[in-house]
Unconditional design. Structure first.
Length: 280
């Protein structure tokens, strides 16, 4: 386990990242396009796919739905990273459950998370390029697909830091991570405030449900912020480049946000444990 000094240093890194989230790229400030315009340009097939994605997101929040992943593959990945990191010095115990992840060194958790983000970003880039081939028709496939990939990536990162995405409270946290990745300055600040004492608050799950104001708001934020960027993907053939670029950026943002938010929770919990030990 890390020392208190090491944990505080890592916490400062997260806080510095949070400070960097207070501004948007210039082109995003001037380029926001109300989704209503995109909505008028899209055929019924795309609206149908968006409705299906909305329903799946609601199912995920309430019961897990088809987006709920199995942790076995992620645990194997963490175990592989641990073996590579520790080499011949490794302790001969396996990472067989999410509870086993909680005590692993932070550097191993970070490395496992970084590799997952890298792999999922490559997959999203390929997916965006593929769905950019056919313009408006294949965009109907891309929207729910990238939504599902985002949700699964966040769940994998949750496991990387020792949190079980099957628990409803953690599914709510997953949605907040997704919302944070596409929120504006005001939204990001509000979400950070909501999450500040998430782990310590026993009423967090019920409070977070009310703060979400319905999971449809999250998807609305997601599609609004894609806005004009997705319009470029509607252009057949040229949409290949735009689709790859947009989806790559989306997964990078989702991965970075989820990693930092889960990382902060784990660091704060370890600091809390050290404080309790000192009191005892």
């Amino acid at each position: 386990m890390e020392s208190r000094e090491q944990l505080l240093k890592e916490l400062n890194i997260v806080k510095a990242w949070e400070s960097e989230q207070k501004d948007l790229w210039f082109w995003e400030k001037i380029g926001r396009l109300p989704f209503q315009l995109l909505d008028r340009l899209t055929p019924k097939i795309l609206n149908k796919k968006i409705s299906e994605a909305l329903n799946e997101l609601g199912n995920y929040l309430q019961a897990g739905g088809r987006y709920l992943i199995s942790e076995a593959g992620t645990l194997r990945h963490i175990e592989e990273v641990r073996h590579r990191s520790e080499g011949h010095h490794r302790v001969h115990t396996e990472v067989a459950a999410i509870e086993d992840v909680e005590t692993l060194p932070l550097r191993i958790l970070d490395q496992a998370a970084d590799e997952i983000i890298h792999n999922r970003t490559k997959l999203a880039t390929l997916q965006g390029a593929t769905t950019g081939i056919g313009g408006i028709l294949t965009l109907a496939i891309d929207v729910p697909a990238v939504l599902g990939l985002s949700l699964k990536t966040i769940q994998e990162l949750a496991i990387c830091y020792g949190y079980d995405p099957k628990i409803k409270q953690e599914r709510i946290f997953t949605i907040k991570c997704m919302q944070f990745s596409s929120a504006d300055i005001v939204g990001k600040k509000a979400i950070l405030d909501e999450l500040s004492d998430y782990a310590a608050n026993d009423q967090a799950d019920s409070q977070m449900i009310s703060q979400l104001q319905g999971w449809r708001e999250v998807f609305a934020t997601y599609r609004d912020n894609w806005g004009w960027k997705k319009l470029f993907q509607l252009i057949p053939v040229a949409g290949i480049l735009f689709g790859a670029w947009i989806n790559r950026g989306t997964l990078i943002d989702v991965g970075e946000s989820a990693k930092m938010l889960y990382r902060k929770r784990r660091i704060l919990e370890r600091l809390s444990e050290l404080d309790k030990q000192n009191i005892e």
